[in-house]
Ligand binder design. Structure first.
Ligand SMILES: C[S@@+](CC[C@H](N)C(=O)[O-])C[C@H]1O[C@@H](n2cnc3c(N)ncnc32)[C@H](O)[C@@H]1O
Length: 265
């Protein structure tokens, strides 16, 4: 029987369904695309990238086309929930728990297209910013495809995360010895950051904090951890800035990360 969403003409032979690979392409600088990622992208039958509109290349697509000139990508329009004025998300957000109807239906449409390719026996590489297992669109896309193709096989290729690039760019040692790291989301405010700062010897990385920077600064000040905190915005992309958080002014993009090295225990 043809799986729902797979056209009759694309009915696969037993075992001929392609596999779906989530490929991390790093935060922005095409030089941070790994050799493994390039190999998987070049060998895929189909390469797909999230985009906010059919005529606007997404961030991951721009990285791939710069690193591999001439490569053809399919744009999958994914509507992201808009969190605020300066979001600049570029379809690299995550559906999260409160994804709206538009977001859900865009994932369903993307899933149907991917299911068609897989049903025709094609291996599909889905490229995504940073790493595909960290706050990525990939697991949500894969889950949506799985509702159409229950036997779906997925794999992922690790990508360099924004916070790693930021630590390197700013010369920040994030962890040493037995120290630990908390990676928190500030999508809904600075509450998770406050919890993470409860242990002074823990390093903290804040993602998705672009709309809550003043709250992040004041929580860090309260905990005596503002000094040493670094803001990295649009790393590897036009408009990039890497500055001490205490000196950051003006609006901040959704693609902004903060790293906070461990304080004194
Ligand atoms: C949906 S998450 C994607 C994370 C990505 N999968 C990773 O592994 O880094 C988006 C958040 O990642 C961070 N981020 C991703 N790319 C970035 C970049 N080029 N510059 C600064 N932060 C970035 C920001 O905190 C942003 O809000």
């Amino acid at each position: 029987m043809t799986a729902p969403g797979i056209p009759a003409g694309a009915e696969p032979l037993e075992g001929a369904i392609g596999k779906l690979v989530g490929v991390g392409v790093g935060p922005g600088n095409p030089d941070l695309l790994t050799r493994q990622a390039i190999e998987v992208i070049e060998n895929a039958d189909r390469v797909a990238a999230p985009a906010i509109a059919a005529d606007v290349p997404g961030r991951a697509e721009s990285i791939v086309t710069t690193a591999i000139p001439g490569i053809h990508l399919e744009r999958l329009v994914i509507a992201m929930p808009v969190a605020g004025r300066h979001n600049g998300r570029g379809a690299e957000g995550d559906a999260g728990g409160d994804a709206g109807d538009a977001t859900r239906s865009s994932y369903d449409m993307a899933a149907r297209r991917i299911a068609c390719w897989l049903g025709a026996g094609e291996d599909v590489a889905f490229v995504t910013l940073g790493d595909p297992n960290i706050y990525s669109t990939f697991p949500t896309v894969a889950q949506a495809v799985r509702t159409i193709v229950p036997e779906l096989q997925t794999e992922t290729v690790a990508g360099i995360c924004a916070f790693q690039d930021l630590a390197a760019r700013s010369g920040t040692v994030l962890l040493d010895g037995s120290q630990s790291l908390a990676l928190v989301s500030a999508r809904d405010g600075a509450g998770e950051l406050r919890d993470a700062l409860a242990r002074p010897d823990r390093a903290v990385v804040v993602y998705k904090g672009g709309n809550h920077l003043p709250a992040i600064v004041s929580v860090l000040e309260e905990h005596g951890r503002l000094e040493g905190a670094i803001l990295g915005e649009l790393l590897g992309m036009p408009g990039e800035r890497v500055v001490p958080l205490s000196q950051a002014t003006g609006p901040v993009s959704y693609l902004a990360s903060v790293i906070i090295p461990p304080g004194d225990p």
